[in-house]
Design a binder for this molecule. Structure first.
Ligand code: HEM
Length: 401
């Protein structure tokens, strides 16, 4: 992304709250995304950066959690700090605010009900096993391209009931989503996604089957049918919401297990610990940050944020705040035995509708990877690389076994 001059500090932002922090290029973010964010913690709870046209950032866990769940004073319409992105994507349900949000969200939630997630489990297991059988004899792999980017696409295609061979068509799009290289504008990316999805959206509206889109689109919105435009915005939201995030989650889990051989041993010896371990790994490695725009002034933490300001809420700074979690950077599988109030999947009205699916995918991945791959570690000769942004992710992770 081309660098732009920092915005001028507005009058209502005290000088002491200004930091120089670019969410797309935080200091050292290409090596350690989590550490880069942590550089903001320890000072005031609300800071302002002139980067990316100027926005607030909440840096303390309790403030992040409180503001994340506040749909009264904060709107989801902007989507991100990138100007114009919200208007281009226009996601349903993500960018709708209550009360308009509710009927659409209810319909989407029905589509992701637990029995459907359970029914998907054997397919996730099969695709994981096939990929693992393929990489195992090689003695190592670049995990992101060999596994992390492949599985979510396969699952998405199966969910919407299209041939998984379409993976080849959608893969370049998935890669632009997860690793944008600047070759496509966001408008081009959205249009490419819409072009791919259009025939399926039209078909599912006319002749519903038993796939995810059909299930959601057959739930009426306050007594009436979905329009084509609404259906398209929802399908686009699912595509964009469920690829990049899952890719990032797989990468972080694999990297953790590669770094901590003892944790690999624990889970190899006792697979019954995998569900709690999954929850703890998802807490420890949050990747999503959200943007809210203020619909009215908020006085908080000694400053006034004005209606119209943008506020950035990074889940990293909630989940890794020692004021919210005991020794937050330590992975403790027993922590996941009782419910943990982390924000990896968000909190409040927009909490992730795909959370159950993502958790199942992570559990199956850990089970199958540990069953199929011998003890593995990070290749000491090939550096691990990360990318910051609204979804922070590993871009290169070389494993050897
Ligand atoms: C580990 C993987 C995932 C992570 C970390 C994640 C994270 C999140 C977060 C933090 C939110 C809240 C956004 C906000 O408050 O503004 C969210 C919402 C959402 N996610 Fe996920 N997500 C994941 C997987 C998925 C999957 C697999 C799907 C679907 C295929 C999905 C679809 C959605 C949708 C549609 C919303 C909007 C919900 C609403 O506005 O009511 N996500 N996700």
């Amino acid at each position: 992304m081309a660098s732009i001059a920092p915005a001028v500090r507005p009058d209502h932002v005290p000088e002491a709250r200004v930091v120089d922090f670019d969410i797309f290029a935080p200091p050292g973010g290409e090596r350690d995304y989590f550490a880069a964010w942590k550089t903001l913690q320890g000072g005031p709870g609300l800071v302002w950066t002139g980067r990316n046209h100027g926005h607030w950032i909440a840096t303390q866990g309790d403030l992040i959690r409180e503001l994340w769940g506040d749909s009264e004073r904060l709107s989801n319409a902007a989507l991100a700090v990138t100007p114009g992105l919200g208007a281009v994507m226009d996601f349903i349900p993500l960018q709708l605010d209550p009360p308009e949000h509710k009927p659409f969200r209810n319909a989407v939630m029905r589509g992701f009900a637990n029995q459907h997630v359970v029914a998907m489990t054997p397919m996730v297991r099969d695709v994981s096993r096939d990929l693992i059988a393929d990489v195992r004899p090689r003695g190592g792999c670049e995990f992101m391209t060999a596994f992390a980017e492949v599985v979510p696409l396969h699952i998405f295609l199966s969910l919407i009931g299209v041939p998984v061979e379409d993976r080849a068509k959608l893969r370049p799009l998935g890669q632009q989503l997860t690793r944008p290289d600047g070759s496509m504008s966001v408008v081009e990316l959205r249009d490419a996604a819409d072009d791919y999805l259009r025939p399926y959206v039209e078909e599912r509206l006319k002749h519903p089957g038993d796939d995810l889109f059909s299930r959601i689109l057959s739930v009426p919105i306050e007594g009436r049918a979905w329009t084509f435009g609404e259906a398209q915005r929802m399908c686009r939201n699912l595509l964009f919401g469920g690829l990049d995030t899952v890719v990032a989650m797989f990468g972080n889990i694999a990297a953790h297990l590669a770094r901590f051989a003892g944790d690999q041993d624990t889970l190899r010896e006792d697979a019954a610990r995998i569900p709690a371990a999954t929850d703890e790994l998802m807490r420890r490695y949050p990747t999503v940050s959200v943007t809210r725009n203020l619909v009215r002034d908020i006085v908080m933490d000694g400053v006034t944020m004005k209606a119209g300001d943008l506020l950035y809420l990074p889940s990293v700074l909630h989940n890794l705040d020692p004021a919210c979690f005991d020794k937050p950077e330590q992975v403790d599988f027993d922590r996941g035995l009782s419910p943990v109030r982390h924000t990896t999947m968000g909190v409040g009205a927009h909490r992730c509708v795909g959370a159950g699916l993502a958790r199942m995918e992570a559990m199956v991945f850990i089970e199958e990877w540990l069953a199929g791959i011998p003890p593995f570690r990070i290749d000491p000769d090939r550096p691990t690389k990360m990318r910051a942004g609204n979804v922070g992710a590993l871009t290169e992770l070389h494993l050897v076994w």
